[in-house]
Write a protein that binds this ligand. Structure first.
Ligand code: ZN
Ligand code: ZN
Ligand code: ZN
Length: 465
């Protein structure tokens, strides 16, 4: 194990006694460290200067070559930057002991996770696995536009948007699963910010200068106005018809209206509520706000395997180039087509599910390169088969779905036969053959009442042995 102390000047290195079982290196220039990093490197950021330390910890997390290594500090970075480090240590011995557990866990991860071009998804999976983050918990940060944040992941990937989209895609691929619902938020439809000011407005002009006042209603002429306008020489008199208002219930009463707009003079009972975005200033009616949910996430077994093998994501991503759409969109579209086919009997479509059955074996027996070439060959062939109006998606790790609109029985047979013929075409001289099974659904014949797109895909996938 090597402890790399990152200090502000060479002089600060003196006095670091190397603890048993580790040697200590001092560095002042962290930029040159990445290429010399090994799986057993433990960084200790000890510049003694707060901003400099935060900058260095961020840069170390950001670079895939150093990002998953233990990064310790000798002084607190403050909230939320302490989330970026693996803890604060007081001595080289403590750094060695803290680092040891993490280094052992990092040894399980595939080397590709530490490559300069490592996949974001695998880095997140590797981080969760090595830190034993059973539930990836969002942090509450009032100064963050989205309010909740994952500081360590944001440092690794470089932006909150990227983290959100990668977590969503990992969820769809079943690499992580939602653990607990932490909060429900409403987002500004213009900028997606969550800092909103709910403010009462005039329903006529939208102005915010409204006042709540006691109102009176003259029975003689029907005038409704703030009470102050009825006061005339200490008595109540209607400003419109000049009637004397003596007895409540007989001459006048108190109407429900009790707001007056100081801008347009409109009087009303209930003000309108507007959500004013504190980020971009856009006013929105509350029903136009976009609801969002915040969860903690945990790594699935599949996600753990992906981090250890480093292969699955790369291999399967090759298939995403064939008219691919996200699974949620695909299912929504299937649901819509089902509804359409229920109403119009002539509306037909076909779904073909392709389950790759031996990709992991191929990877183990013939290596990643072979497996990748075979998947790439399949993707290329599929691209030739798929029409521009057809769509594909992936669910889980080995399921590929094709949606063929306007194609029903018996014309779907042609496409299916071509796909099945690929089996014998995709192999390599040195051995290794990509094997897959298919399942077919044609509408309207195979429609089950009440079934949604999501349920349908689950039913079809369940049909495989
Ligand atoms: Zn906004
Ligand atoms: Zn008004
Ligand atoms: Zn009156």
């Amino acid at each position: 194990m090597e402890l790399i102390y990152i200090v502000s000047s060479p002089a600060s290195c003196l006095g670091q006694e190397p603890p048993e079982g580790a040697h200590v290196r001092c560095a002042t220039d962290f930029d040159s460290l990445a290429p010399t990093t090994t799986r057993s490197t433990v960084f200790v950021v000890a510049t003694g200067e707060h901003h400099e330390s935060v900058r260095i910890v961020r840069a170390l997390r950001r670079d895939p070559r150093t990002g998953l290594q233990p990064i310790l500090t000798t002084s607190p970075l403050g909230d939320p930057d302490d989330d970026l480090s693996d803890g604060i240590v007081a001595s080289p011995e403590e750094a060695r002991d803290r680092g040891r557990t993490l280094v052992a866990r990092l040894a399980q991860l595939d080397a590709s996770l530490f490559a300069p071009d490592a996949s974001d998804v695998l880095r997140i999976a590797g981080y969760m696995l090595s830190r034993a983050v059973e539930a990836l918990a969002p942090r509450r940060l009032w100064s963050n536009q989205a309010f909740y944040a994952y500081p360590a992941l944001e440092a690794m990937l470089g932006s909150a948007q990227l983290v959100a989209s990668r977590l969503a895609s990992m969820g769809e691929r079943k690499l992580i699963r939602r653990a607990t619902l932490v909060d429900r938020l409403r987002h500004c439809p213009a900028c997606h910010g969550v800092h909103l000011n709910f403010i009462d407005c005039c329903p006529s002009c939208g102005g915010i200068n409204i006042l709540q006042k006691p109102f009176l209603h003259c029975f003689t002429c029907g005038m409704v106005a703030p009470e102050e306008r009825f006061v005339e020489k200490g008595a109540l008199q209607c400003p419109k018809c000049a009637a004397r208002l003596r007895h409540i219930g007989a001459d006048y009463d108190r109407p429900l209206e009790n707001y007056e707009c100081q801008g347009c003079g409109h009087v009303f009972i209930d003000p309108e509520v507007q959500a004013h975005c504190m980020h971009c200033g856009t006013p929105s009616p509350p029903e136009k706000l976009i609801p969002g949910q915040i969860f903690t996430y945990e790594l699935t077994d599949l996600g753990g395997q992906a981090a250890k093998s480093g292969t699955m994501e790369d291999l399967f991503a090759l298939l995403d180039t064939v008219n691919s759409v996200p699974p949620s969109y695909f299912m929504q579209l299937v649901g819509w087509l089902i509804d359409l086919a229920r109403r119009h009997a002539e509306e037909r479509f076909t779904i073909i599910g392709i389950k790759l059955t031996n990709l992991l074996e191929l990877d183990v027996q013939h290596g990643k390169q072979t497996a990748a070439e075979l998947v790439d060959a399949l993707a290329q062939r599929l691209r030739e088969l798929v029409r521009t109006t057809d769509l594909t998606t992936r669910t889980g790790q080995q399921m590929l779905w094709l949606l063929l609109p306007k194609t029903g029985r018996p014309s779907h047979e042609v496409v299916l036969a071509r796909i099945l013929a690929l089996r014998s075409m995709i192999h390599r001289a040195e051995g290794g053959e990509l094997d897959f099974e298919t399942v077919v659904f044609t509408a309207p014949e195979d429609i089950i009442p009440g079934e949604t797109g999501k349920l349908l895909l689950a039913r079809l996938e369940g049909g495989f042995a």
